[in-house]
Design a binder for this molecule. Structure first.
Ligand code: ZN
Length: 242
């Protein structure tokens, strides 16, 4: 995975600013040259594995994250490395897995961006989970005969959802945190798509300020300023501000 250049960062920031978070994640990955429709089919864990790689290539492997204690609202900072959370690639996860549960045989696919987009308007988390499971069901059979979605019993749906999580562990990264203020302990989910987007936004705004300053000082175009190496740009910024 190559790092995003300064020009890439401004381009994805401009393109993603008005998009839904699911689309933004894909916009970030289209920089790799892959088609958006192909990226939308990737299981969320595979999408996230690529986002972690993009993050590491662009901003490095050290991550400093910030969250809020759900009990007292205190600010919690925690640090980790991308290698601590990255799950190795596994081609088997791309296929349509099978679940055998007593006399039921279920084939499904792991949820991707297009599946999450299809259930985005579902009312409530339990409704969304049920709609997502139905969306990802490829076929259902009982004792060798094909069955409809409506015939699949609740416990088989639940087993299928558990298997989806097991087969795509990169889709859910969480941290066991403890609040230093009130001692509350909890598991915090970490959304790489949201985190990387926030970093891109901060970096893009900084770039705009730098372009503004250098364009005023030297009369260079945006394109000329963005092609300067970061070290050279920083050098001119210091001279322009002296
Ligand atoms: Zn607390």
């Amino acid at each position: 995975m190559r790092a995003l250049s300064s020009a890439d960062i401004l381009r994805v920031w401009e393109g993603g600013a008005s998009q839904h978070p699911l689309d933004r994640a894909l916009t970030l990955l289209t920089v790799t040259g892959e088609r958006r429709t192909d990226l939308a089919r990737l299981p969320i864990g595979e999408r996230d594995r690529r986002l972690w790689e993009l993050r590491e290539a662009t901003f490095g492997s050290a991550v400093e994250a910030l969250t809020q204690c759900p009990a007292c609202g205190g600010r919690i900072e925690f640090q980790f490395s991308v290698s601590d959370v990255r799950v190795p690639c596994c081609d088997a996860r791309m296929a349509e897995p099978e679940l055998i549960d007593e006399d039921w045989c279920i084939r499904f696919r792991l949820p991707g961006s297009r599946d999450l987009a299809a259930i985005a308007t579902a009312s409530g988390p339990s409704r969304a989970e049920a709609e997502l499971a139905a969306q990802c069901l490829v076929s259902a059979g009982r004792n060798g005969s094909e069955s409809s979605t409506a015939e699949v019993p609740h416990d088989v749906w639940e087993a299928m959802q558990r298997k989806m999580s097991e087969l795509d562990p990169q889709a859910e990264v969480s941290f066991a945190l403890s609040c230093p203020i009130c001692r509350h302990e909890w598991h915090a989910l970490f959304d790489i798509a949201e985190f990387l987007w926030t970093e891109i936004t901060t970096f893009a705004r900084r770039l705009l300020r730098e372009v503004d300053l250098l364009a005023r000082a030297y009369g260079w175009s945006e394109r000329e300023i963005l092609t300067l190496s970061p070290a050279r740009r920083q050098g001119y910024l210091e001279l322009a501000s002296a």
